[in-house]
Design a protein around this ligand. Structure first.
Ligand SMILES: Cc1cc2nc3c(=O)[nH]c(=O)nc-3n(C[C@H](O)[C@H](O)[C@H](O)COP(=O)(O)O)c2cc1C
Length: 360
């Protein structure tokens, strides 16, 4: 690709031109007909901006507070599995780039780089964003507590339990590629499962899916704050607050698990009200389809405390390693700052629903 790369869509094209077909299908694909995948991106456009002019903008900044600490930017890289399949720098390159751009990172439980190696690279970085660890539920509680211990020891600041994928989604594009995963895609902290021969839903997998009681147990096993990722129903958001989790991530897993869920941009207002009705300080993050600084701005205006981006960061990594990720995050950061200035917002606290108009 010789075209200049000026936005996140260009990064996607460059990644597609670089990655083998099977890897592109894995990283870019969604569940079934990919209705949710596509809707996630377009739904942000259902909101128009309503800028205010002639506002004082001196000493503006993008800083935000999450879990009691101030960070440079309300933007994190979402947890994504097997990043060394996208590029040899993998999670290490992703973490370094995020830290260098003042953004946070959530390391996936299915990381292809040891969690200790990733933490060591960035915990000492002064201007970085938060470093959190994403967990899938492990039915073996002994394994789970050992992992919790390792995560806390390594310096991660919060746990993000993903609750929307107790069984894997059916991704047609991926299923067309039958070649085994390369060694670079091995998830180093993921247990080798014995093949299931169970009865019941999904060959017995659903029998070991976590419940609200398991989340409560998890919270007693760690001093780290626990967030739940993959909450889409307002009643689940309220229940999460009722049992005292530190926050929720509104996510449909980037449209990769259950197709035809609404876009997260459509669900955000109701989810924020349900969570904050229960706890007016409720921490709410959102991901899905964020591709522009204006999308990030809209998420904050609809009540999110911060956003996560998934695929665009992977695409930057795939075709240019850490430099590519840094460029993706920098583009978003610049677009977000420009949107703030043009809407008359000096800090993220100034951004609110008054800056939006529903278009449809
Ligand atoms: C290739 C890929 C792997 C992912 N792996 C995980 C994972 O291990 N754990 C998790 O909670 N979410 C995972 N996700 C979902 C992301 O964390 C995030 O919710 C989603 O990508 C956000 O949507 P976006 O890609 O449109 O920004 C993955 C997403 C992608 C694209």
């Amino acid at each position: 690709m010789n075209e200049p790369i000026v936005n996140l869509h260009d990064h996607a094209r460059a990644a597609q031109a670089t990655l083998p077909e099977a890897a592109w299908a894995y990283f870019s694909g969604g569940a079934a007909d990919e209705v949710t995948l596509q809707r996630n991106e377009t739904a942000w456009q259902q909101w128009g901006l309503a800028p205010r002019v002639l506002r004082h903008l001196q000493n503006g900044h993008t800083r935000c507070r999450l879990l009691g600490r101030e960070w440079p930017m309300p933007l994190l890289v979402a947890p994504m599995a097997r990043q060394r399949w996208a590029h040899p720098e993998g999670e290490a390159g992703m973490a370094l780039a995020a830290a260098a751009q003042g953004c946070g990172m959530v390391l996936s439980h299915q990381t292809s780089t040891p969690l200790q190696d990733v933490a060591k690279l960035v915990t000492g970085e002064a201007g970085r964003g938060p470093l959190w660890f994403q967990l899938y539920w492990l039915a073996d509680r002994g394994r789970m507590t050992a992992l919790l211990h390792a995560v806390a020891q390594a310096g991660y600041e919060a746990l993000v339990l993903t609750v929307d994928a107790p069984v894997q989604g059916i991704r047609d594009r991926e299923r067309r590629h039958t070649t085994p995963l390369p060694e670079s895609a091995r998830a180093v902290h993921w247990p080798e499962w014995a093949p299931l021969a169970g009865q019941g839903l999904c060959m017995g997998l659903a029998d070991v899916a976590p419940s609200w009681e398991d989340v409560q147990w998890l919270m007693t096993q760690t001093r780290l704050p626990v967030l739940l990722k993959g909450i889409t129903h307002p009643e689940d958001a309220a229940q999460a607050m009722a049992i005292g989790v530190a926050g929720v991530v509104l996510s449909n897993h980037g449209g990769r698990v259950l197709d035809t869920l609404p876009a997260t941009a459509e669900l955000l207002p109701q989810l924020v009200s349900a969570a904050r009705e229960r706890n007016d300080q409720a921490l709410v993050l959102v991901d899905g389809g964020i591709r522009r600084g204006t999308d990030l701005f809209k998420a904050i205006a609809l009540g999110a405390d911060a956003v996560l981006i998934g695929r665009p960061a992977l695409y930057g990594l795939a075709h240019a390693g850490a430099r590519g990720v840094a460029h993706v995050l920098r583009l978003l950061r610049d677009e977000f700052e420009m949107t703030m200035a043009l809407c008359g917002c000096r800090t993220p606290d100034d951004i609110g629903p008054q800056h939006l108009r529903r278009l449809t």
